[in-house]
Design a protein around this ligand. Sequence first.
Ligand SMILES: Cc1ncc(COP(=O)(O)O)c(C=O)c1O
Length: 484
Amino acid sequence: MTEEPSDFANDAPLLQAWARFQAESSTPFTIPGHHRRAGQLSDELGRLLQGDVPLFGGLADIKRADGALAAAERLGARLWGADWCRYSTGGSTHANQVVALAVGRPGDTVLVSRAAHRSTLSGLVLAGLRPVWLPAELDERFGIPTGVSVATVEQALTENPGAVALFCVEPGYLGTLSDLPAIIALAQQRDVPVVVDQAWGAHFGFHPAYPPHALALGADAMVLSAHKTLPAYSQASVIAASTRRLDVDRLDRAFEASATTSPAGVVHASTDAARALLASPLAHELLDRLAHVTGQARQRLQVEVPGLRTPTPEDFAPGRYDPAKLVLQLDGCGIDGNELERALIDAGMPVELADRDTVVPIVTMLDDDVTVSALVDRVVDAAAHLSRTPRPRTVFASWAQGIPEAALTPREAFFARHETVDAGRAIGRVSAELVAPYPPGVPVLVPGEVISEETLSLLRAAADGGTRIAYAADPSMATVQVVA
Ligand SMILES: Cc1ncc(COP(=O)(O)O)c(C=O)c1O
C-alpha cells in the first residue's frame, strides 16, 4: 500500500464529525430517544445503539447539519462529475423513486429496461408514469441477460417520440452491462434523459479494469448503492445527476418529498467515507486486488470443480462485464445451488444469491486472497461431497417469457380494488401485484399486466427450484391478487 490505509478517512468530513461526536460525552436532549444511554437498560441494546449518531444534532448542530451534509455532497458531486448529488439513507430504493418523481408528469411515457428493480416500479407508481418495457437480450452461452440492445432502444425511441426518459439497469444482477455509450448517444440525440440504476456498480469508474461509471459515459442521472459494493452502512445510497436535461428544483423536491427527516448520520458518514476512499489512491490498489482475486477464483473454480462455469470479463466486449462479479453456474457440474448455499452458510460464508443453477457470492474491495481462497476451498470441498446431476440450464423465470400485455398502468392497478383468487382462476385476469422471483428480483408480473398460464407455470417452476417468489402476497403462487 502506498499510503497509510486510513489516510482517506481524514478527507471524509462527516466521518470525522461522527468520530468527534463519539469521543465527546454529551447528554443530548434531542432525538433519537436512546440518548446514548440505552446500555443502562441492556448491554446488547447499548452496544447496538452505540454507533447511532443522527445527522441533526449529531454530525452537526441541528441548525448547521443541512449545511454539513450539503458540503459533503458537493465532494460527491466533484468525485462523480455531477451537477447535483444527494446522499440517501433510504437505499437505492429511495434513490430510484426520486429519479422517477423527477423526470416527468403523471401520464407521461418512459422507456424502462425490464431488468428494473421493484424500486423503479414503485417509482413509476408514485409518479404515475406509463412504462414501455424494453426486454433484455439473453447471452446464449451462459443463459444470462446482457442488458438492453441498441436496436431495442432505437425502436422504442422511434415508436414513442413523446417518451420523457429512458431507465436502464447497469450492471444487471449477474454483472453484465448494455452497450451504454451507444444507448446514451441514441437517447440524447432525441433529448431524452437517461437514468441508470447503477446500484451494483458503485465501485465503477476508478480503475481501468472496471467499466466507467454511468455519468462518465454521459448519462443524465445514476443511482449507486454505496452499501452494496463499497464499505458503507446498509441503506447508504447516492444519486448523482447532470442538470442539462433534468430540472434541479424538481430533483430536490422529489428527494425531499420522499426522504426521511431524521437521517442516520452514521449512514451519511459511511457514504462520505466511501466517497473519500474512492477519491484516494488506496481505491486503485483495492480495486486492483479485487479484480485479481476474483479472476483467480474463477480460474480455480473452473479447474477444480469440473463442469462449473463462471463467466469472465473476457467473455464480453470491453466495458460490458463487472470484473468483480463471481457467478457460479452449476448446471454443468450438476451440484444443486441450494445445497451448496447451505454448505457455505454452515461454514459461516452466506452468499447473496443462490438457486438451483446459480450461486453468486459478492466479493468486494474488502476481500483479499485469504477470504476469497477460503471461499473457493469451501466450494471445492462441498462440491466433492454433494451429489451431482448434470442438467440443462434453466433460464431465470424473469427472462424466460415475453413481456405480458398491460391492461392498466402500474399506478392504475396499484390503486384499483383487488381480490385474491386461486391461481387457476387468475388466468386472463389483471395482476394487482408485483411478482419478482429472487434471484434476480426482476419482475415477471407487474401490476396492471394480464396473467397468462405461461407466466404462472414459470413462477411455479421457479418456486419448485428453490427460488423465492418475492413480493407476491402468496409466495407459493397458489393464489394471486388480481384487479377486481
Ligand atoms: C438493480 C437494483 N436497484 C435498486 C436496488 C435497491 O437497492 P437498496 O437495497 O439499496 O434499496 C436493488 C437491490 O437489490 C437492485 O438490485
